[in-house]
Design a protein around this ligand. Structure first.
Ligand SMILES: Cc1cc2nc3c(=O)[nH]c(=O)nc-3n(C[C@H](O)[C@H](O)[C@H](O)COP(=O)(O)O)c2cc1C
Length: 302
C-alpha cells in the first residue's frame, strides 16, 4: 500500500496533515498523540508581532460541528522562532509554518524571517484572515495574488495558499494565487457562521460571527475542491473541512485533493489521525486500491 503523495513538488510520507490552529504549536500536541500518521503538521498561524486574540467565549460546539473566533492569538514571529522552532527538530513529522498579516508587507516580513529556518518545511499562507485595508484577503483575487507574489519573492520554501469558502468565486482566487507562485492551495479555512445562546440571548462567541468547522463544513469545502480541480487540474490541492473518517479522506481524493487536513476532530479525539489513516488503508485494501495517487480526481460527473 502506497500512502506517500507528491504535493506541488513536495513529498509527503502520508496524505494526512494536521490543520493549523488545532494542534497548538505542534510541540504540545506531540505530548498527547503520535505524529507518525501525519505527512505534515501545520503550526498555529503566526504574525509579525503578537496578536492577543479575542476574549472568551471564543469556541462553541454546534451540533457535530463548532464555531470559533480565536482571533489568531499568537506570540509573534520572533518569539515563535526563539521559543518553539528549536523544539521542532525532535518531532517525528515535517512541520509547516502558517503565516498571517494585516497587510501584504506583514506577510512578507514573517515569510522572510522564516525563510532560513531548516526545521520549517513549507509555508502555508493563511489568506482567510482580516485585512486592515480591505475585506479578508481570500475574498479578493488581486489582494491574494499580491500576498503570494511578495511571499514568493522572499522565500524558496514551498508555499501553500489557504483560501476561504466564503469567496464568491473560488476558482478565480485559486487561479490568481497559482499564477502568483503558490505551489498548492488549501481548500478551505472555516466558513462564516453564527449562533445564539437562547438562555443568555447573547451570541455564542464574543466576536459574534465566527468560523464554522467540522462535519457541517465538509460539503462546502469539498465543493471548492471539486470546482478548483475541474477548472485547474494542474494545481495541487490540500482538502480541509469536516474530515473525520478514512472514507471522508477518500472522498476528498476523488474530488481532486492530493492530501487532506484534519482540524476540529482533534478537539474531540486527539488521536483521530491514527484511526482515520487506518480506516483509509482498510478502505483501499477492500477496494483493491494500492496508491493514494491513483484516487486523486478519480470521481467523474454523471
Ligand atoms: C479553534 C480553531 C483554531 C483555528 N486556527 C487557525 C489558524 O490559526 N490558522 C489557520 O489557517 N486556520 C485555523 N483554523 C482552521 C483550521 O485549520 C481548518 O481550516 C478548519 O477548522 C476546517 O477544518 P476542520 O473542519 O477539519 O476543522 C482553526 C480552526 C479551529 C477550529
Amino acid at each position: 500500500m502506497n500512502l506517500a503523495v507528491e504535493l506541488g513538488g513536495t513529498n509527503l510520507r502520508s496524505p494526512l496533515i494536521a490543520a493549523s490552529g488545532t494542534v497548538g504549536s505542534v510541540v504540545e500536541f506531540a505530548q498527547v498523540a503520535s505524529l507518525r500518521p501525519y505527512g505534515a503538521a501545520v503550526a498555529k498561524s503566526v504574525a509579525p508581532v503578537a496578536w492577543k486574540g479575542r476574549k472568551p467565549p471564543r469556541m462553541a460546539p454546534v451540533g457535530g460541528s463548532m464555531l470559533n473566533s480565536i482571533g489568531i492569538q499568537n506570540p509573534g514571529v520572533d518569539a515563535w522562532l526563539r521559543e518553539i522552532v528549536p523544539l521542532l527538530r525532535d518531532l517525528d513529522v515535517d512541520v509547516w509554518a502558517s503565516i498571517v498579516g494585516h497587510t501584504v508587507d506583514e506577510f512578507a516580513r514573517v515569510a522572510a524571517a522564516i525563510d532560513g529556518v531548516a526545521d520549517v518545511k513549507a509555508v502555508e499562507v493563511n489568506l482567510a484572515c482580516p485585512n486592515l485595508d480591505h475585506e479578508m484577503f481570500a475574498l479578493d483575487a488581486g489582494a491574494s495574488a499580491k500576498v503570494i507574489a511578495e511571499v514568493r519573492a522572499v522565500t524558496d520554501k514551498p508555499i501553500g495558499a489557504k483560501l476561504s469558502p466564503n469567496s464568491e468565486d473560488i476558482v478565480r482566487i485559486a487561479a490568481a494565487v497559482q499564477q502568483a507562485g503558490a505551489d498548492w492551495v488549501v481548500l478551505t479555512n472555516t466558513v462564516w457562521g453564527f449562533g445564539i445562546d437562547i438562555d443568555t440571548r447573547k451570541p455564542l462567541l464574543s466576536g459574534g460571527i465566527g468560523g464554522y468547522s467540522g462535519t457541517g463544513l465538509k460539503p462546502i469545502a469539498l465543493r471548492c475542491v471539486w470546482e478548483v480541480h475541474n477548472a485547474l487540474p494542474e494545481l495541487a490541492i490540500v482538502g480541509c473541512g469536516g474530515v473525520r473518517s478514512g472514507r471522508d479522506m477518500a472522498e476528498y481524493f476523488m474530488a481532486g485533493a492530493s492530501a487532506v487536513q484534519i482540524g476540529s476532530v482533534h478537539f474531540a479525539e486527539p488521536r483521530a489521525g491514527r484511526r482515520i489513516l487506518k480506516e483509509l488503508e482498510h478502505w483501499m485494501k477492500r477496494n483493491g486500491e494500492s496508491s493514494v495517487t491513483d484516487l486523486v480526481g478519480s470521481a467523474s460527473p454523471w
